[in-house]
Structure formats: C-alpha cells, structure tokens
Design a binder for this molecule. Structure first.
Ligand code: SAH
Length: 394
C-alpha cells in the first residue's frame, strides 16, 4: 500500500524525522488502510522515502519504522529490540540499576512502544496504531530476546485516544507477582507497583538525577515536592540529609514511600510525609516563614504539547518563585519539567523570571536530563522531554 506526499513534504523524512502529518498526504493507493497497517511513503514524484505504520485517526497519520525498503516483519522488530538492548549494555546501565527502560519509542526506532524492565518483569506500553498492530509479535520477541517470561501491559495513557485506541491493562505474558517488585537503584531499594503505580510503576528517567541530589543533600533540610514514592527523598536520607519533608497529593504513593524508608533501614525520625497540594502547601510554608536548604520540584507534565505552554509556564513560575523564597541563603533548588511543550530554553527563562520576582539571585550549577536508557535520537529532538536545573541561591 503506497502513500504519496505533497511536494515539499518529503523534507522532514529526508532528515529522518519519523512523523508524517495528515496535511502532508497527497494521495493514497487505497482509500482506507487498516489501523496500524504498514504503508510505503513516497514523494510526490513517486520516490521511496520510508516504510511506516498508518494511523487513520491521528493527526500524525504515519510513523516511520524504517527509512530503507527492508521488510517490516518479526525479524525487523527483533533487530530493533537487539539494538536497543545492546545500547543499554554499552552504557552499562545494569551496574546502576536492575530497573531500566529497554525500548524508548521513536528514539529506539519503534514509535509507540515503551518497555521498562523491573528485574524479572517487563512492563509494556503501546500508544499508537502501529504499536498496537505489532504488540503480540513484540511481546513474543521480548520474551525470546531478554529471557524474561513476564510482561504486564500498561497501555492506560490518554494519548491512545488520539489513535482511536481504548486503554488496556493486564498480563501480556507469564504472570504478575502478588507483591510489589523490589528494585535496586544505586544500592538503594524501591518497591514498585507495576499494576497501580504511575506510568509503568516508577520514574526511571530520574535515576541519575536522584543519585546526584543524594550527593548534594548531606546535612541539609530538604523539601521534596511531588515526591511520588520517595525517589529523591530516599537518596537524600541515605546520604545524610538532616531532615526530609516529602509532599505528594497521592496517599498511595506516600504509603509506598514509607515502605521504602523501612526497606532501606533509613532513619524514619528524620523524615515526614505530607499529603497535600504543593501549590497550597508552598504558600502555607511561606506564610509560616518556613525555610529549607534544598527544595526539589518534580511536578507532573503541565504542558503535554506547545499549545499548553503558556498556562504551564505560569504554573512552573508559581512553584519556583515560592521555592526561591523558601530557600535559605546558599540553598539549592532542584527543579524539573517533563513537559514536551516547554523546551529547555523556555524552562530556563521561566526559572530566571521566578528568581527575579522572588527578589533573589541564583546561579545554575548543573543542567540535567533523562537517563541514558531514555535516549534521544538526533533526528527526533521531541524525544528530549525531561529537563532540570540545579540552582544555588545567592
Ligand atoms: N520525583 C518523583 C516523581 C514525581 S511524579 C520520583 O523521582 O519518583 C509527580 C508526582 O506529583 C506524582 O506522584 C503525583 O501524585 C504528584 N502530584 C501531582 N499534582 C500534585 C499536586 N498538585 N500536589 C502534590 N502532588 C502532586
């Protein structure tokens, strides 16, 4: 099945960007290809450009599997999976953790597929028509190539709607353990709930940043906002933080956090969990003249796309401004955005404007991003979604 693109719309494909928008399509050989069907993308003159998955409902009408004319079949996906596994081996990820991302969508040449490993369990997320089409094949291959027998599916993300897909969760292969999976990250243990937890269970993308924050936390009074199951809190406590206050709106996440403190034999008397809304609590702390030596802000995605950027910018500025006010002199702000709609340059501007309005000087001492198991293909800059700054208040 062949699709011809409008003249000029082949350019992004020639730069190896994997998305084709509906407006780029000039004509199609068949009126209505099936959801996820493999199609050939041709220029307006009929030159072969790429082989892709067709998505009938999404604005992103096709996502490229390959820029060559190799067949897209089971062996194709085996090659992709092997390459992704080898990339993780090269970066020696297993020396840091037994939980890491094996497949990261477009950046691993498999749009729509995210696969995370939690010890002897894989969690698969399928977000596009194309990944849905090949899901069973990829599940078989994952078992064959990793030797891991258990795969749980967490395809319960809103973006599936755009592809005309309903949320799906459940066992894809093998079994799910009755209890939580205890993973190890830089010698610290975390209980992960792959069935009920956020995303696939754990925010694997923050691994290196959690480690770095641990190194900086010694003897500090730490406020960890949007703490989830305590990633940053556990690293801070383990590295000698004087006190850690962890805030999240999810009682389930905080219960796991408490369990993680016990799991690592950390001094529970130095830790406090607080269930609540960070926006309100930061104001309450300001009004009560509370202060901290280190504040971590790792909020959820405020701007999934650029269309949400303005509203998201206000929310980022709000919490960062309050954080600057609550920090003592020499205090450290560790601040993140995982919003695709806010790029690194805009994020830095927001933080600068927050410092200005808080009436403080601050300097960036480090830039942070997602871990090496969440690679960013040079041809797919959208893959770089996580950005963070470590700032010291002057
Ligand atoms: N830093 C964490 C991941 C944070 S994810 C880690 O390393 O594991 C974002 C968290 O923010 C989620 O746990 C979610 O429950 C929480 N959250 C979302 N909105 C919130 C709000 N307004 N106030 C407090 N917590 C919120």
């Amino acid at each position: 099945m062949k699709i011809n693109l409008n003249s000029g719309r082949e350019k992004s494909l020639l730069r190896r960007h994997p998305w084709v928008f509906s407006s780029a399509i000039k004509s199609m050989e068949e009126a209505s290809p099936a959801s996820g069907q493999t199609v050939d993308l041709l220029s307006s003159e009929g030159d072969f450009l790429a082989r892709a998955a067709y998505s009938p409902t999404s604005q992103i009408r096709a996502r490229v599997w390959t820029f060559t004319d190799e067949p897209v079949d089971k062996e194709f996906f085996r090659k992709r999976i092997r390459a992704a596994i080898e990339m993780r081996q090269r970066s020696n990820i297993e020396s840091r953790s037994d939980a890491y991302r094996i497949l990261h969508g477009e950046s691993d040449g498999v749009p729509g597929f995210v696969v995370d490993r939690y010890k002897d369990m894989l969690v698969l997320q399928s977000t596009t028509a194309g990944s849905e089409f090949w899901k069973e094949t990829v599940a078989d291959l994952l078992v064959e190539e990793t030797g891991i027998q258990n795969i749980y599916e967490r395809s319960d993300v809103d973006v599936r709607e755009l592809e005309g897909l309903k949320p799906i969760t459940g066992i894809l292969r093998g079994t799910v353990p009755d209890s939580l999976i205890s993973i190890t990250e830089y010698n610290l243990k975390f209980n992960v709930d792959v069935v009920h937890g956020h995303k696939t269970g754990f925010y694997l993308d923050q691994r290196a940043n959690r480690h770095r924050v641990g190194e900086l936390a010694k003897d500090r009074d730490v406020l960890n906002c949007f703490c989830y199951t305590g990633g940053f809190s556990i690293h801070a406590l383990a590295n000698g933080a004087k006190s850690v206050l962890s805030v999240d709106s999810s009682a389930d996440a905080l219960a796991l956090l408490e369990g993680n403190i016990a799991l690592n034999n950390l001094p529970a008397e130095r830790h406090t969990s607080l269930e609540g809304d960070v926006f309100q609590l930061l104001r309450k702390f300001r009004d009560a003249n509370r202060s901290f030596d280190m504040i971590i802000l790792d909020p959820p995605k405020f701007a999934p796309t650029a269309a949400h950027a303005e509203k998201a910018s206000r929310a980022y500025k709000d919490i960062n401004l309050l954080a600057f006010k609550l920090l003592r002199h020499g205090g450290i702000l560790v601040t993140f955005s995982c919003s695709g709609g806010v790029d690194a340059a805009l994020f830095q501007k927001i933080i600068a404007s927050a410092a200005l309005d808080a009436g403080t000087d601050a300097a960036i001492i480090e830039h942070m991003s997602q871990g090496s198991d969440h690679p960013v293909s040079l041809h797919f800059p959208e893959g770089a979604y996580l950005k963070g700054l470590i700032c010291v208040k002057g």
